[in-house]
Design a protein around this ligand. Structure first.
Ligand code: NAP
Length: 496
């Protein structure tokens, strides 16, 4: 149960507290934000609505704590991260229970998210010890006109205060994918969790607290993004923003000051299916890629571009699998569970209605109860339909029949997104050519798009993001290079 056992101190009455200066506190605002359970559509939890004054104090403490943390030995930072990872995994059950109730994630997937997050933190610790323990040594005479009179030593130094803002769909995993790299690199961290998913995040933060990190190093402020988001992202005390979410990220990029940005935004991942593809494999991947967590994944298959000659056979295979998907509450570990909010369900319904009006073939009857939308494959989708371009973030997969591979590549590249894509073919030469032609951050050959494993580079082109994630890239992104140059009075060449 949320807020019990080792998590007792994070709640008072029925409102969860925010975390700063190593303590759990109530906001002076006296206001709270309700978290609506997507299944019951009633208030499940409440969190503090933090004030701007509190954000100022949090960032001030964070700044002070960072200076000391940067002087903490790397092995010690790693040791604390390993400890936090172990505590997180030990408490996977109550945290997963929060995910089930806050974001209607199926029960087993919720546990997987917490365990994966613990593994991610440990990997950050190990990778950080390796890559931050090394720098570069350069000599001046490799550049024309110079003798060897200068030795340059470079090392990676922390940026300062990192602001982490994850989205609702993987609140714990996408929070630690920012926290782990930031901390091992010597930064302090301010987390603004998504409102849906905030309580799972607060439990995760308590695991860091129990691990014994220094006071002020990690903070967690809660409140609606629409209310405190701008104040946080435009705060002069923030030295780096790592954000994952939707279009909000584009707005933040325009408003943020001169700080490094890591933006992981939306996607419209295309699945291009060639005539020689293994259609059973494709169908299984469309089900896994398109319908897992009810399609609420940045890397979900969001449009299938299939060669006309194999389209009937593929659609039939996918439909047979859709019929077997279990629809219902997350507690029963159903495949399709309610989408995160009523407004999200309304948006998805709008896309379905638009497709209906414009003549798409509904392979299943459209059905919705509250936030629960039954899985739907839309065949014969055309480019004039909204679903051909927009990200539904729901259990609807559109199929566009194509008469040439070029047509598929053209559709993929005409999108304003460029997160991932996938190609199904047995011809490796074609796969490479198509992968090279697709303007996306990653292309999967013969598998659905996916964010993991968490140490792989992960990045979006165009409106899908700025920079690259993945553990190594995130650690590098959250550091700067510092050089120290030794100037010698006379040239010196080291002899063998
Ligand atoms: P969202 O609405 O953009 O929200 C993301 C986060 O931003 C939440 O924590 C939200 O807080 C916060 N926020 C809202 N307004 C803000 C503001 N003005 N300033 C700062 N922060 C603000 O996205 P979402 O609905 O949670 O997630 C779905 C989207 O995320 C999809 O587009 C999906 O593709 C994308 N996504 C991308 C990746 C990737 O790695 N590329 C991974 C997962 C998801 P509140 O919850 O309090 O509003």
């Amino acid at each position: 149960m949320a807020g019990t056992g080792v998590f007792e101190e994070i709640i008072e009455g029925d409102v969860f507290k925010y975390y700063t200066d190593g303590e759990w506190k109530k906001s002076a605002s006296g206001k709270s934000v309700a978290i609506i359970n997507p299944t019951t559509r009633t208030t499940q939890y409440k969190v503090q609505a933090c004030t701007q004054e509190e954000v100022n104090k949090v960032i001030e403490s964070s700044k002070i704590a960072q200076k000391q943390w940067a002087k903490t030995p790397l092995w010690k930072r790693a040791e604390l991260l390993h400890k936090a990872a172990a505590i997180l995994k030990e408490h996977k059950a109550p945290i997963a229970d929060c995910l089930v109730k806050e974001i209607a994630k199926p029960a087993k997937d919720s546990v997987t998210e917490v365990v994966r997050s613990g593994d991610l933190i440990s990997y950050c610790a190990e990778e950080g010890v390796r890559i931050l323990g090394e720098g570069k040594f350069l000599v001046s005479d490799s550049f024309p006109g110079n003798e060897r009179t200068k030795y340059c030593l470079t090392s990676k130094i922390p940026l300062g205060v990192v602001l982490a803002i994850p989205p609702f769909n993987y609140p714990v995993n996408l929070a630690v994918s920012k926290i782990g790299p930031a901390l091992i690199a010597g930064n302090s961290l301010v987390l603004k969790p998504p409102t849906q998913g905030a309580v799972a995040c607060l439990h995760m933060v308590q695991c860091f607290h129990l691990a014994g990190f220094p006071t002020g190093l990690i903070s967690c402020v809660t409140g609606k993004g629409s209310e405190i988001g701008d104040f946080l992202t435009m705060h002069p005390g923030v030295n780096c923003i790592s954000f994952t979410g939707g279009d909000t990220g584009i707005a933040i990029s325009k408003k943020a000051g001169m700080v490094p940005l890591q933006m992981e935004l939306g996607g419209k991942d295309a699945c291009i299916v060639l005539e020689d593809a293994d259609l059973d494999l494709v169908a299984a991947n469309i089900i896994k890629g398109g319908f897992s967590y009810s399609g609420q994944r940045c890397t979900a298959v969001k449009v299938v571009l299939v060669m006309e000659s194999v389209a009937d056979a593929l659609v039939e295979k996918v439909n047979a699998k859709v019929a077997k998907l279990k629809v219902g509450p997350p507690e029963e570990d159903c495949d399709i569970t309610p989408v995160v909010s009523e407004s999200s369900a309304n948006f998805i319904e709008g896309l379905a209605k638009d497709a209906k009006t414009k003549g798409a073939t509904f392979c299943q009857e459209y059905k919705r109860e509250g936030n629960l939308i039954w899985p739907l494959l839309l065949d014969n989708v055309r480019p004039d339909m909204r679903i051909a371009w927009e990200e539904p973030f729901g259990p609807i997969v559109p199929v566009i029949r194509i008469s040439s591979v070029e047509e598929g590549i053209h559709h993929c590249n005409a999108s304003n997104f460029g997160l991932q894509g996938c190609v199904f073919t047995k011809d490796i030469n074609k796969a490479i050519l198509i992968s090279d032609a697709m303007e996306t951050g990653t292309v999967q050959i013969n598998s659905a798009p996916a964010r993991g494993p968490d140490h792989f580079p992960f990045q979006g082109l165009k409106d899908s993001g700025i920079g690259s994630q993945g553990i190594t890239n995130s650690i590098n992104m959250m550091t700067k290079i510092k050089s120290t140059v030794f100037n010698l009075p006379t040239p010196s060449y080291t002899m063998g």
